[in-house]
Design a binder for this molecule. Structure first.
Ligand SMILES: N[C@@H](CCC(=O)N[C@@H](CS)C(=O)NCC(=O)O)C(=O)O
Length: 388
């Protein structure tokens, strides 16, 4: 039986808000325009292993927008653009520069969708969202799709009126510390202050993992990535935790990236991928199969450069169906799209490897080895069902 013998500790909780969505960092600078300090009482796990107080769950979102079969695509076509909910503060995944241009791995999947629908990647309105805002924005109909380093979990698939379509990036939660701290394992964080962002799986996993080891700690909880990492950079926390991809990304824009180390531990599974509203199975299929096009294109060796040539000359039946080259099969029509929807995606953004390398490849500041994000044919987890 669990005993609630927690210690009550009053901690300063730093709640910070970024001064608007355009407050992206330029170069090595991180801009934080408003920080409010409040005090919160946190119950920390006792040695008996009782469950700690869980961080507050994401607030209940606004009522769902009506989305029956086919309504989302119809609405997108009528307005002439896709509205994509993205991150604006995580370089390599979703980031807005000082000129207002969005880029990143997740952003490229927004572009893939615009290519599938309009054959035009400029027909997108990017809606930058914090972790806390994202589910309500999807459910209220403010965005058509959420593509923002969002972890697929059971409750997010049910309670938030959303559906995850596929995993585009297999991740896990990590911890970053100053190299000089000599911290190497979770146990070294006994009694530490750990910076973490509100409304994330990160916050919950940290509580689970520290409780499992009976390690008291103080979570310093922030509204967005800029404020979380600014606090860490200022030395206000002993460590910072988020998805490992987020750590690699944000380390790259710290004043001295080499002074920080990502520990060789993984706290959780974080399968990241696009999310749509429940209720419109056509839209679900469009987003899901757009992702699969990028996997299949890599598997078949189709790239942004060779797609038109392959369409003309390749004799493999599945490749011909995928690219709309088979006169007897129109897979695009099954999704309410044009016959060349997949070819348009590949020409616009490339296959999965091209998307990955452009944003996270060895020549980028946010280089992350492919690891589990390799094709199943190369020992990874990426696998597209058949195009037939
Ligand atoms: N994958 C986790 C964490 C995602 C997340 O929001 N991470 C933070 C830390 S890097 C982030 O992207 N913040 C950017 C922002 O809120 O603008 C989740 O889905 O809850």
């Amino acid at each position: 039986m669990k005993r609630a013998l927690g210690w009550l500790i009053a901690i300063p909780l730093l709640l910070a808000a970024c001064g608007g969505q355009q407050a992206a960092q330029t170069g090595q600078q991180v801009e934080v325009t408003r920080i409010v300090e409040v005090t919160r009482v946190v119950e920390v796990t006792p040695a008996s292993g009782a469950t700690p107080a869980q961080p507050a769950a994401t607030p209940a979102p606004a009522p769902a927008a009506p989305t029956g079969f086919g309504e989302t695509l119809k609405a997108i076509r009528a307005r002439g653009k896709l509205i994509c909910g993205v991150n604006s503060q995580v370089p390599g995944f979703g980031f807005v520069d000082s000129a207002g241009a969005f880029s990143g791995f997740d952003v490229d999947f927004c572009k893939a969708l615009a290519a599938a629908i309009f054959n035009d990647v400029s027909k997108i309105e990017y809606r930058p969202l914090t972790a806390e805002q994202r589910f309500a924005a999807l459910q209220s109909g403010e965005i058509d799709v959420l593509i923002r380093n969002t972890t697929w979990t059971l409750t997010r698939d049910t309670d938030n009126g959303g559906n995850f379509v596929a995993t585009t990036f297999y991740d896990g939660q990590g911890i970053m510390v100053p190299k000089a701290s000599n911290i190497t394992k979770l146990e070294d964080l006994n009694g530490a202050t750990i910076c973490v962002q509100k409304g994330t799986t990160t916050e919950l996993n940290l509580a689970d993992q520290m409780a499992a080891r009976n390690l008291p700690y103080t979570p310093a909880v922030f509204e967005d990535a800029n404020s979380t990492f600014a606090a860490y950079a200022e030395g206000r926390c002993d460590a910072v935790t988020t998805d490992k991809s987020g750590l690699v990304s944000r380390r790259s824009v710290l004043p001295k990236p080499d002074d920080h180390v990502i520990l060789d531990i993984t706290l959780s599974k974080e399968p990241l991928g696009p999310m749509v509203r429940q209720g419109d199975d056509q839209w679900f299929d469009i987003v899901q199969w757009t992702v699969f096009v990028t996997f299949a294109a890599e598997e078949f060796g189709i790239t942004s450069q060779n797609v038109d040539k392959v369409k003309e000359t390749d004799t493999r039946p599945e490749v011909r169906r995928l690219l709309g080259a088979d006169p007897n099969v129109d897979l695009g029509a099954k999704l309410g799209l044009s016959k060349d929807w997949a070819a348009n995606i590949i020409r616009a953004v490339g296959n999965y490897a091209e998307i990955y390398d452009r944003n996270l490849g060895p020549n980028t500041k946010t280089a992350i080895p492919r690891g589990p994000n390799s094709l199943y044919t190369q020992g990874g987890l990426l696998y597209a069902p058949p195009f037939r």
